[in-house]
Design a protein. Structure first.
Length: 253
């Protein structure tokens, strides 16, 4: 099960955190992985790690908010591998700022990476996947994405972008189903990543958050990557337009 041999997967925001573990997990299942991020040197380090484990990968610099870079990277992927089967839209940005203090520049910066970037990559990926009538697009959102009862003080721009990803994905799933492309969303809860560390959540706030999670711990990136592998595989063939919350039971509590 979950065999990905000869599949080509592109992961955005792959140099660290969940993007890194997604790349490693896909490679372990046999996928050829295109590791992309804004820092190509760090991407190359991950490529070497994948190769040491017997996998195949290449590193490419990509700012997902710039269409010209998106097109250039996807062109290179097709030149190198000939096709694209899987896209993991993992690149994301977070910085805290209260809503009354948000500037237009703050808002546009967040949307450019978190929402527009996912659309640009998904759109180009779909054009390639449609050629073979098979594709898996996995968009990463957040448990804080609307209608879940989880808001983030200082994160209006972030939660709006993540809610947008879910709405976008549901529509893309409908439009692209006839093309053989499945589009799904993973919405992680509290996961131990550099982004969470950078948010510098006060100890008391962290304790309060963990108290709401039935499993009483923060999640591991690998626990999200397991869902990525499933959604990338043939075993998820009848799933599209769905959102998977990987949250330790947070929303059930």
């Amino acid at each position: 099960m979950f065999e990905l041999t000869n599949k080509v997967a592109l992961v955005t925001g792959a140099r660290r955190g969940m993007g890194k573990t997604h790349s490693l997990a896909l490679a372990r299942q046999g996928a050829k992985v295109v590791v992309t991020d804004i820092n190509q040197e760090e991407c190359q380090a991950l490529v070497e790690e994948i190769k040491k484990q017997g996998g195949e990968a290449i590193a490419l610099k990509l700012d997902v908010s710039k269409k010209a870079e998106v097109d250039s990277v996807f062109d290179e992927v097709i030149r190198h591998f000939g096709h694209l089967d899987i896209l993991v839209n993992n690149a994301g940005l977070y910085f805290s700022k209260m809503a009354l203090e948000l500037t237009e520049e703050d808002w546009e910066k967040m949307m450019a990476v978190n929402l527009k970037g996912e659309f640009l990559c998904a759109q180009r990926a779909a054009k390639e996947m449609a050629k073979n009538k098979w594709g898996r697009i996995i968009n990463i959102a957040s448990v804080a994405s609307g209608q879940t009862g989880v808001g983030i003080a200082g994160g209006a721009h972030y939660t709006a972008s993540k809610g947008g990803i879910i709405g976008l994905s549901e529509t893309l799933a409908i439009e692209w189903a006839p093309l053989g492309i499945n589009v799904n969303v993973i919405a992680p809860g509290a996961i131990d990543t550099p982004m969470v560390s950078a948010a510098q959540m006060p100890e008391e706030a962290m304790k309060a958050m963990l108290a709401r999670i039935p499993l009483k711990r923060i999640g591991k990136p690998e626990e999200v990557s397991a869902v990525v592998v499933f959604l990338a595989s043939e075993e998820s063939s009848y799933i599209t337009g769905a959102t998977f919350y990987v949250d330790g039971g947070w929303l059930a509590a």
